[in-house]
Design a protein around this ligand. Structure first.
Ligand SMILES: Nc1ncnc2c1ncn2[C@@H]1O[C@H](COP(=O)(O)OP(=O)(O)OP(=O)(O)O)[C@@H](O)[C@H]1O
Ligand SMILES: [Mg+2]
Length: 342
């Protein structure tokens, strides 16, 4: 934001005043030649006092009717904001290039109000999303628990109900864990715990966590992993690998293929997770990193749409980059670019 440069006009006026006083004094002196010194001093004093009173009056009018109006406007805007009204917007009086101090304060207050309104909306969205995500598994738990309590079920049905109950409670606990994790990533000033670690090994371990799921869906898993060491936060990055691989497994149908690769590209560690799954439509792609966004409703029962929000946050903390390329019906590739190669 550019502020209007210092204007010498005020100083110029001041010196004009001084010059006027001196000129008046000289005029008075020449007009009343022969007058005694006490009378001249008295007249001089009267001239100075009159000019000072005039200047004070002009300044008072300026402050009262121009500056006073602006400060009143700013004061009432801040009072409204203090009471939670963030719709406040003030109009600067000059063009952008000519902003004065008041204009700068007004523009900053506008940005502050807009930011606070955004935070308030995000908080209320977050609460309604969490409540919605909690409601579904909770009602499953309460209905199935009631049915089990009633009794009179055969062994197979009992078994089925218990499996559903376990699934719903796992969903709830995953939600709580992810909400807490994301909250920590977003709100506490997380300092990355930077250490040198074996990137290839960290990726292999994350892949192993999904061995059962990969086998269960009969997926082909290809790895193209270079042996690289990275100076970064191993545990934060494991959250990234976990979520990207979990999505690849979840959104790839039976018999599909997942490829995990890590390469040194121009001094950056580039990790990519590709799949031959359902792919991501253009408009969905723009929102997949938003909290609670789930583009593919057929998988809405699995997860809460928090995984990629966490991934994005971690990548931001580590100063890396993440990109996605995808074609509906053909698959997706998530690519993470990280600095810190050793
Ligand atoms: N590999 C992928 N293939 C197709 N769609 C994907 C893929 N990864 C993410 N998406 C889309 O992005 C959305 C958001 O992903 P994200 O990981 O944040 O949530 P989720 O997997 O649905 O739930 P959670 O991660 O909380 O278990 C998904 O619901 C899906 O629509
Ligand atoms: Mg996910």
């Amino acid at each position: 934001m550019k502020r209007r440069n210092f204007s010498p006009f005020g100083y110029f006026l001041f010196f004009i005043n001084v010059a006027a006083v001196v000129t008046c004094a000289v005029l008075v002196y020449s007009a009343i030649d022969g007058m005694n010194t006490a009378a001249i001093a008295a007249i001089m004093l009267a001239v100075v006092v009159t000019l000072a009173a005039l200047c004070t009056l002009v300044d008072f009018i300026r402050r009262r009717f121009i500056d006073g109006k602006i400060t009143d406007e700013i004061a009432s805007a801040t009072a409204r904001m203090a009471h939670g009204d963030y719709s406040v917007r003030l109009n600067p009086r000059h063009q952008y290039n000519n902003y004065d101090e008041y204009d700068v304060i007004m523009v900053n207050l506008n940005s502050l109000a807009a930011e606070l309104a955004k935070i308030e909306m995000m908080n209320s969205d977050f609460i309604s999303n969490v409540s919605h995500e909690i409601k579904t598994p909770l009602s499953v738990i309460s209905n199935y628990a009631a049915a089990l309590k009633k009794g009179g079920l055969d062994e197979d049905t009992r078994e089925k109900y218990i499996t559903t109950l376990t699934g719903a409670s796992k969903r709830l606990s995953d939600l709580v864990v992810n909400v807490l994790k994301l909250n920590k990533l977003e709100h506490s000033n997380i300092a990355a715990d930077l250490k040198e670690f074996d990137l290839a090994e960290s990726l292999r371990n994350s892949i192993l966590d999904f061995e059962e799921a990969v086998d269960g869906k009969n997926l082909q898993l290809d790895c193209d992993i270079d042996e690289l060491s990275l100076y970064s936060d191993k545990s934060l990055l494991e959250t990234v690998w976990h979520n990207l691989i979990s999505n690849a497994v979840k959104f790839t149908p039976e018999g599909g293929r997942i490829t995990v690769s890590v390469k040194n590209e121009n001094g950056y560690a580039v990790v990519s997770v590709s799949d031959t799954g359902c792919g991501i439509a253009g408009d969905t792609g723009e929102r997949i990193f938003d909290k609670f966004y789930q583009g593919d409703t057929s998988h809405a029962q699995e997860g809460n749409g928090l995984g990629l929000a966490m991934v994005k946050r971690v990548i931001d903390i580590l100063g890396g980059e993440i990109s996605v390329s995808s074609k509906v019906g053909e698959g997706s590739t998530f690519t993470v670019k990280l600095k810190g190669l050793k």
